[in-house]
Design a protein around this ligand. Structure first.
Ligand code: B1M
Length: 231
């Protein structure tokens, strides 16, 4: 669709619009081209991500909900989004900042959505956290094994389905049973969650998006440092 279009002639807003259309149509190469064009104009990578890719994916989500798009189309859009994210990844992640903490993160059992979780992982890396990304469909046993192995300060959990979000509580209970709960700060996120849910399952915080996840983790890391200095 964008083949005849000269991207260099478009304003950044028009570019985002085209990027959104290409994402909607699952045009991977075109999305990558759009991302590169925006970056060549010194637009901040985070802006390209939020105003270009995430905004485009929101439209896909709405049409999926309304029965306009189906799984195969959404999968193509997701793949196009991932291709765009791959271009942004090194720019978002490589800040050379010293490690400020370690996070084990995964999408919980029964759930295969990983775009948001990967975005959080990317942004956390960019903020100087070490991130162990477990992937999708992760059981409580896998989370426990990873916490034992990597001794993280943070556990991040993602769920995009109302049917999988309760599994976060299973993982938190497993952390308690294993005597690991007090060692880690548990941050949860995903479109169907909210603060009340996070509180109900006894997570430490709900993170609305990747930027909030980074800010929240930084806040908890600072508290930990203060406590360590005081003791
Ligand atoms: Co799915 N899906 N999907 N899907 N899918 C949703 C979630 C849905 C809301 C669509 C809709 O109806 N509008 C709906 C859930 C409804 C509900 O539960 N009430 C839904 C459904 C129903 C399903 C299936 C059941 C469809 C079917 O098979 N009939 C199926 C389930 C499969 C499974 O998991 N078992 C399914 C499958 C799929 C695809 C495979 C096709 C694909 C996933 C591809 C992939 O991830 N690799 C897909 C997609 C792409 C979506 C939508 C359209 C987009 C999700 C996304 O990537 N958003 C989604 C609609 C929507 O959410 N609007 C939908 C972009 C991403 C950047 O945002 O993931 O919200 P998000 O992440 C944000 C924040 O939430 C937060 O930060 C992120 C970045 O800012 N965050 C965290 C997320 N995780 C965090 C963890 C943290 C912190 C913050 O830890 C610290």
């Amino acid at each position: 669709m964008t083949e005849e279009l000269d991207l260099t002639t478009l304003s950044v807003e028009e570019l985002y619009e085209v990027m959104g259309d290409d994402l909607y149509d699952g045009y991977k190469e075109e999305v990558v081209e759009g991302v590169k064009e925006a970056l060549s104009r010194n637009v901040a990578p985070y802006d390209v991500l939020t105003s270009g890719l995430v905004a485009g994916m929101e439209i896909v989500g709405n049409d999926f909900r309304d029965g306009v798009l189906f799984v195969p189309e959404v999968l193509m859009a997701a793949n196009a989004m991932k291709a765009g994210m791959a271009v942004l990844r090194p720019l978002l992640a490589e800040t050379g900042a010293p490690s400020v903490g370690k996070m084990v993160i995964g999408t919980v059992k029964g759930d295969i959505h990983d775009i948001g979780k990967n975005l959080v992982a990317m942004m956390m890396e960019g903020a100087g956290f070490d991130v162990i990304n477990l992937g999708i469909n992760q059981s409580a046993e896998n989370f426990i094994a990873a916490v034992k192995e990597h001794q993280p300060t943070f556990v991040g959990m993602s769920a995009l389905l109302t049917t999988t979000m309760p599994y976060m509580k299973v993982i938190i209970d497993a952390l308690k049973e294993e005597g690991l709960r007090d060692q880690v700060t548990v941050l949860v996120g995903g479109a169907p969650l909210n603060e009340a849910f996070a509180e109900a399952i006894e997570a430490d915080a709900y993170c609305r998006d990747a930027a909030v996840a980074v800010e929240t983790a930084k806040k908890f890391a600072a508290i930990r440092r203060q406590r360590a200095a005081a003791s």
